[in-house]
Design a protein around this ligand. Sequence first.
Ligand code: PLP
Length: 281
Amino acid sequence: STYLLNDRFVKEDEITVSIEDRGYYFGDGVYEVIRVYGGILFTADEHIGRLYESASKIRMDLPYGEEEMKAKIEQLVKDNGIIEGHVYVQATRGAAPRVHQFPGEGVVPVITGYTKAYGQGAEPAETVSLKSVEDIRWMRCDIKSLNLLANVLAKQEAHEHGCYEALLHRGGTVTEGSSSNVFGVKDGVIHTHPVSNFILNGITRRVVMECCEELGQPVHEQPMALEDVYTMDEFFMTSTTNGIAPVSAIDGRQIGDGRPGPVTKALMAAFDKKLPAPVAS
Ligand code: PLP
C-alpha cells in the first residue's frame, strides 16, 4: 500500500522518519481518523477542520491548507483502492534535537498517513460491553493529540476485563470512552457530557446530535454520574470506526434487556441514512 509522507505518496520502504521526531519524543502532534464508506470519505471536512483546530490549539502551523489536505487524503484512499475502511493522518511538530520548548524556525511539521481496508462483508453493529476506568487524562481532552497513554492504559484495562471499551469518569462523573463518546438513555431522554475540555468533540457525536434534532429526540447535555449509568434504559457509544455501537453491559451489569433499545435503534437507522450511498456493484 501507499502512505502519505508530507506532500508525497510513498511505499513503506521509502519512508524515513527521523528518530528525533517530536511525535516520537513527546507525542507532540495531532491526528485524525476518517471513515470510508463505499469508497467515499464520510464527514471529511469536519475531520480535516478538527485536525487544523487541534494543530492550532497546540500552536502548530501545518505546511499546507485544508483543501490540499483533503485532496491528498482522497488521493491516498483512491491509490489504495479503499472501499470500506478508514484513513489515518497525523502531524507532528517535526524533527529537532530533544528540548521541550518548540524548535526554532525551519523545523517543519511532519505529516504521515495510511489507509486501512476493513474485512469483506458488513461489519456487524455488535453490542459492546464497557468497564469503568478513572479518567486520568490531562485537562485538554478537546485536542485530538498523539498523547494517548492514559487512553491506552484505560483500553487495556477494559480488555483485560473482557470488555470492549473503557467508560472514563473523573471522580464518578462520566466523561467519554477511551476512543469514543458515550450516551445514556433514561425515560426517553438522552444524556451525554457537554462539549468541553473534558471530552473530544466527536464527529460521530455531532452527526448523532443532528439525528436527534431531526427525530425530535430530547438530549440532555449534562454529565452522567457513574452510579446512574447502570440503571439507564439504554446506553451506546459513538466513534468514527464503530459508528453507533449499543452497549449491553457496564461493569458486568446488564443495561436494559442487554439488546439495542428503541432509541438506539432509531438513531442507528437515522445515522445509516446519512452515510454515502453504496456504490452499485
Ligand atoms: N473521544 C475520544 C477520546 C476519541 O479518541 C474518539 C475517537 O477516536 C472519540 C471520542 C470519537 O470521535 P469521532 O466520532 O470523531 O471518531
